[in-house]
Design a protein around this ligand. Sequence first.
Ligand code: IFM
Length: 437
Amino acid sequence: MFSMTRDAFGPDFVFGTATASYQIEGGQTDGRGISIWDTFSATPGNVRGGDNGATACDHYNRWPEDLDLIERGGFDAYRFSFAWPRLIPAGVGAVNQSGIDFYDRLIDGMLERGIQPFATLYHWDLPSPLQDKGGWMNPDIAHWFADYATLVQQKFGDRLQAVATINEPWCVAFLSHFLGIHAPGYRDIRAAARAMHHVLLAHGTAVKALRAEGAKNVGIVLNLQKCEPASDSDADRAASDMFDGVFNRWYLDAIFRGIYPQDVLDRIAPHMPKGFEAEMGTVSAPIDWLGINYYTRSLMAHAPEEPVFGVRSVEGGLEKTETGWEIYPKGLEDLLVRVASEYTNGPIYVTENGMAEIDEVEDARRVAYYDAHLQAVMRAKARGADMRGYFAWSLLDNYEWAEGYAKRFGLVRVDYKTQERTPKASYRAFQGMLHNG
Ligand code: IFM
């Protein structure tokens, strides 16, 4: 049970749960094209156990059961993502009618159950033919992505409550092109600098394309992390500021102020795409809402031996989740208040929050995690952040990217052999709060 009632969040506050296409869908035989996660996971060493999303939670076939779970849980909304390669197998050009039909069924299924569809256009499954052309390193991706956004708006826009362009641009750019942990697995500052700009340029170009097709409720989803210094030393404080620039300010400054933070730019300027300054107006095209994904904090130390930024994260002493991430609800409150006071007085949603836990259905620690973070949202709201909703990550145990199926984030347990779904105590905690007002 949670310690609060849903009334405490106000009458229009939206409660939802979230997933992403590659992590749950499977169903790769309907004409869907290949994505960078199919190829990345096929390369030994990239993903724990060599796991891939070929079957995942078989949501492609089991979506009615999954939507029933959302409805029975009492959730108002479902945050899902479209798989670009399912809709446009080559990334540009011919459309896959079976893919259109699948999302038609899924969205209509939500509406029949009274669930608001919150859609994300890009949650990391880039069509491989676009990667062959340079992917996020190629400036043309802004138009490839805008054309895909236009298709989505034309086919489904009349039934979507909200659309987010990109999920977690830091992961798309930095984690995938500098740290090499996610597809396409580059470890190259020039590749990263290009992706860091093009992912935002694609976002802004898509915002304009969506609006041209009549979209009214367009946003982006950023993963933000509270950065704190590992010690009181000036050097560690500077390291924390630098990482805050790379992780948080790069995206917030760009979207809300049309600039990149100078301290980060100073480190990567030679690698930035030529003429990027002229594109910052597009990058900062006005949005209707901001989504924030929050999981933990970063404890940062000065590390001159580290390339480019000279910082590294160190292990903290707080209680940790199964992924080793510190549990730090105050970081969520601080971030929400900061974003609201420094960047936007517009609507903010927590679009993801949750924890990986050992494989157990009576997940008391996860119930406590959610409770503490929901309290943080309430405190941020009381301190002036325009909080409009909260989405639990995730509805189902699912494919946790480079961790394969080893890390379980679900409110509902998935037995990957039988595909049986079993609601956990955390699901029942939401259900209790959402059904009882
Ligand atoms: O599973 C991911 C999700 O795809 C994006 N945000 C973080 C989650 C947990 O790592």
